[in-house]
Design a protein. Structure first.
Length: 366
């Protein structure tokens, strides 16, 4: 006939009869007359800041929570930031919520989610909690990078390095990130024919960096690949207009000409060319052998010319010496004495006298 209910000091009772909410039961002992078992009391703890119940809407509409709890009804375009005892707790999705007052300090901050990008002074604190990822798309633009923000396919702004968050289920937000540091594109294995019909293989390097991230994402589906294709075309146009000897003699000028050809197109892609260089030039086997023979012939001709010049210089020197000796007998005699001195110092000097008067000449000479 009677139902006994005991409620502790930190609890409250939700009293229902015939499925209808009738009020709150405070702490203490309660006796309910219920001969037909139509009464029900749900006991909830006040230490839990949130009142969670399947019939919360009936409880709120009854007005029984007026001095015990605060109800928050979030519309489709609203979100709630819940703080408990000064610490961030969770993000509330659209719906009806109620939190108890008196036991714990609870605060709900309501924000408008129609501004797709969520900005808050405590954003870093919020994004550390797993509950934030349920309602927010969180992204980070790294340092030395720029992020291009699109909302529902439309460009909004270019983001500097930092942490960003966007509301889910409100609009489609996408951030395209670009590295602003210098990058290189290897244009390798290019088969090109020169103006004098010589086929060669080339490898070039293009150094560039992004100067306009919006153009880089809007002008092409892949700015790097587009620059690679333009570099291929420019390389073929410049090298194909030169003969092999002229190309090999001034490869730096070829690189500069390719760079000038690429600058305009690179600017349309949001890029800036830093430099273009020819890294490798590979000739066919027969052409390489022919070039070696030409080089060898040139070097042999140069060596022969040098040898002839040295012989001519030596002969001219000998002729000058002979002329000086012929004009100066005393100098000739001194030169003879130097020769005899060298012969005598090399070993024993033996003199064989066979002609009359030769002895006197040798003595006089010595």
């Amino acid at each position: 006939m009677f139902k006994h209910i005991k409620i502790h000091s930190y609890e409250t009772g939700l009293y229902f009869r015939d499925g209808e909410f009738r009020g709150l039961l405070s702490a203490g002992r309660h006796w309910l007359f219920d001969p037909l078992r139509r009464a029900r009391v749900d006991i909830v703890s006040l230490r839990d800041p949130w009142l969670v119940h399947e019939k919360l809407d009936m409880i709120v509409k009854s007005g029984a929570l007026a001095d015990r709890a605060v109800a928050v009804d979030l519309k489709d375009h609203q979100r709630g930031l819940a703080w408990i005892e000064g610490r961030f707790s969770q993000i509330l999705a659209p719906g009806l919520y109620a939190y108890w007052t008196g036991m714990r300090d609870v605060r709900v901050e309501i924000v408008d989610a129609r501004a797709v990008r969520f900005e808050h002074a405590d954003l870093k604190v919020m994004t550390r909690l797993p509950v934030a990822h349920r309602l927010l798309d969180i992204c980070t633009v790294d340092r030395n990078c720029a992020g291009v923000l699109f909302v529902d396919g439309k460009y909004v702004e270019t983001l500097a390095p930092g942490l960003y968050a966007f509301w889910k289920d409100v609009a489609e937000a996408r951030v395209a990130e670009f590295d602003l540091r210098e990058s290189t594109a290897d244009v390798s294995g290019q088969e090109i024919m020169t103006a004098d019909k010589v086929s060669l293989r080339m490898n070039a390097v293009v150094t560039y960096h992004v100067i306009d991230a919006r153009k880089a994402v809007c002008a092409s589906d892949d700015a790097r690949q587009a620059l690679y294709r333009e570099a291929q075309l420019a390389l073929r146009a410049v090298v194909g207009a030169r003969e092999l000897d002229g190309f090999l003699a001034d490869k730096d000028a070829v690189g500069q000409e390719i760079e000038q050809a690429l600058r305009r197109r690179a600017a349309e892609l949001g890029l800036e060319i830093v430099s273009v260089g020819i890294r490798d030039v590979i000739l066919p086997g027969d052409m390489k052998e022919l070039m070696n023979k030409v080089t060898e012939a040139k070097k042999a001709a140069e060596a022969n010319l040098i040898a002839r010049r040295e012989e001519t210089a030596a002969a001219r020197s000998q002729a000058n010496t002979a002329k000086v000796l012929a004009e100066n007998p005393t100098l000739m005699r001194l030169r003879e004495l130097e020769v005899l001195e060298k012969v005598a110092s090399a070993g024993n000097l033996r003199v064989v006298v066979g002609e009359k008067g030769l002895t006197d000449r040798i003595v006089n000479l010595l």
